[in-house]
Design a protein around this ligand. Structure first.
Ligand code: HEM
Length: 139
């Protein structure tokens, strides 16, 4: 039977194995971005390495890891930093699909998976700044 002394409290950052988890997650995420005709044109730099570094350090910091992002970029202010990109429901869904595929591939422990996916779902909708819907075909 579990007793209080068996309980261990760790941050999500620690629970998933630290920095290397976020490096691999972002690597896989950007592999999907690179193959996505909706997402890729949004990224302003043809070299995605700086964008990978920003997302990796941000996520590591958000989940209890080192504060490298704040030291390099200051306040995340993500809503403001996403204003230059038209993020409608379609873009949001493509971003989420790429991130879901990355989380699936990394396969973190179930508690961490739920926390990550809840956060990404909430944040991706929060960062949506456009209402444009797109329909294809005759229906
Ligand atoms: C869970 C939701 C999201 C998170 C946590 C997130 C996080 C970030 C971060 C940390 C940056 C770098 C900010 C900086 O320091 O300059 C960034 C940049 C960017 N994001 Fe997001 N983002 C999210 C959703 C989205 C969505 C839905 C889109 C569009 C489909 C998007 C497109 C971009 C683009 C184009 C950039 C610029 C690339 C760069 O130079 O870093 N993001 N995002």
């Amino acid at each position: 039977m579990a007793t209080d002394s068996d309980e261990v409290e760790v941050t999500l950052f620690e629970a998933v194995g630290g920095m290397s988890f976020f490096e691999r997650l972002v690597e896989v995420f950007y592999r999907h971005v690179q193959d996505d005709e909706i997402l890729l044109p949004l990224y302003p730099e043809s070299d995605l390495a700086p964008a990978k570094h920003r997302l990796t350090t941000f996520l590591a910091q958000y989940w209890g890891g080192p504060t490298t992002y704040a030291e390099e970029r200051g306040n995340p202010a993500l809503k403001m930093r996403h204003f230059p990109y038209a993020i409608g429901p379609v873009e949001r869904d493509h971003w989420m699909a790429a991130m879901r595929a990355a989380v699936d591939e990394l396969d973190p422990i179930p508690q961490a998976r739920v926390m990550l996916m809840d956060y990404f779902t909430m944040a991706a909708e929060h960062l949506r700044n456009d209402q444009t819907m797109r329909f294809t075909g005759s229906a």
